[in-house]
Write a protein that binds this ligand. Structure first.
Ligand SMILES: CSC[C@@H](O)[C@@H](O)C(=O)COP(=O)(O)O
Length: 364
């Protein structure tokens, strides 16, 4: 890919590997507007903290790692917008922006992880430098590092996950935990890219993922672009394809893993996990360490975002439900740890008992 557009024209995708959804250039963030995929490939050029907040809240950028990276750049923009020369005031602006960005979406812990990392770095830097230009440059380097690290983390998740699959296997995924949701490769989709590179043929089944259709619009799109064998299903077809024996494994991403191994991910994931267990199919979760939140004891403590009713009562602007009907629209659900066969991280694979195996990952 690599084509950048800032004047809202539609660009034709190329097939030079995974599509990149984020690009930073000195004092601005270029973001692929994921709401418009697959019809339009349009990059937004963001220069203000409020624009980053809006992009996250309205899901122009979505997926836990991509949200974290965008927020980190949002903090950089706040530092660059400060016009004074007093480091203590600069730090205040950084904290104000981070606290504001933290209100954009509640469930993906990568958002808070990245913001805390940026705040800590800013504090450390302000003890070393008093020149605001130097502070801004150094803080920008931290955001760039978060961005670059994510690519390597995703690649390593793919390396660890790949041996779980054999050529010819059918693998089901839900939502989009791909390159679009991360710096590159994705988490759950990373092994599919590596398999493709290495001539291992996997048959991927992508749930469409109601109500915002990340599976149909994003997963099917990015895998098709990369030449991966992908078949699109509506969410209620997962049971049928499992019963037919077409699925040998499930792999999904996550927005937050609690200390006991409970996993929050896109609404519908829990149902897929229950179905997998009923059919004796392993259910894998791909998670960077930045998505593991040991300070959250269990899934019951994970804040679950509820989104606008219109996502359910309307379909692309057309009303599909009676006016005034009651609606429940949680964006995520929690899969209890007993359904999770293994969690695949950049540091390796862990299994039950998660209460002891997850903390070990942070000591490696
Ligand atoms: C690597 S992305 C992992 C998760 O963030 C992903 O599976 C997911 O649930 C995204 O939800 P979204 O609401 O599209 O941000």
């Amino acid at each position: 890919m690599g084509t950048i557009n800032s004047d809202n024209s539609t660009l034709v995708p190329t097939s030079e590997g995974p599509l990149l959804s984020l690009r930073w250039e000195e004092d601005r963030l270029f973001l692929l507007d994921q709401r418009l995929l697959p019809e339009h490939i349009i990059f937004l050029e963001l220069k203000a903290v409020s624009e980053i907040w809006d992009a996250i809240a309205t899901m122009k950028v979505r997926g836990a790692p991509a949200i974290g990276i965008s927020a980190a750049y949002g903090v950089v923009l706040a530092g660059q917008a400060y016009e004074g020369d007093i480091p203590a005031q600069w730090i205040e602006e950084i904290h104000k922006a981070a606290d504001y960005l933290a209100t954009s979406r509640p469930t993906a812990v990568n958002l808070f992880w990245a913001l805390n990392r940026m705040k800590d770095r800013a504090t450390l830097l302000s003890e070393q430098y008093s020149d605001i230009k130097m502070l801004n440059l150094s803080l920008m380097a931290e955001a760039v590092l978060i961005h670059q690290e994510d690519e390597e983390v995703c690649r390593m998740i793919g390396e660890h996950a790949l041996p779980l699959f054999e050529s010819g296997m059918g693998v089901l995924t839900h939502c989009n935990a791909g390159g679009l949701a991360t710096a590159k490769y994705g988490t759950a989709l990373a092994p599919f890219y590596l398999a493709k590179e290495r001539g291992i043929s996997l048959k991927v089944f992508a749930d469409e993922t109601r109500p915002v259709l990340q599976g149909a619009r994003l997963t099917a799109f990015e895998l098709q672009q990369a030449g991966v064998d992908v078949t699109l299903l509506t969410d209620n077809m997962a049971a049928v394809v499992m019963a037919k024996g077409w699925i040998q494994a499930v792999i999904v991403g996550t927005d937050r893993v609690a200390a006991n191994g409970d996993v929050a991910n896109k609404i519908g994931t829990y149902g897929v996990a229950v179905l997998a267990k009923a059919h004796g199919i392993p259910f894998y979760v791909a998670s960077p360490l930045s998505t593991i939140d040991l300070s959250t004891a269990s899934g019951a403590d994970i804040p679950i975002e509820e989104r606008p009713e219109s996502e359910i009562t309307e379909f692309y602007g057309k009303r599909t439900a009676p006016v005034g009907v009651k609606v429940f629209n949680p964006a995520f659900d929690v899969t209890p740890h007993e359904y999770v066969t293994a969690i695949i991280t950049e540091k390796g694979i862990v299994r039950e008992p998660y209460l002891s195996t997850l903390p070990e990952l942070f000591k490696k």
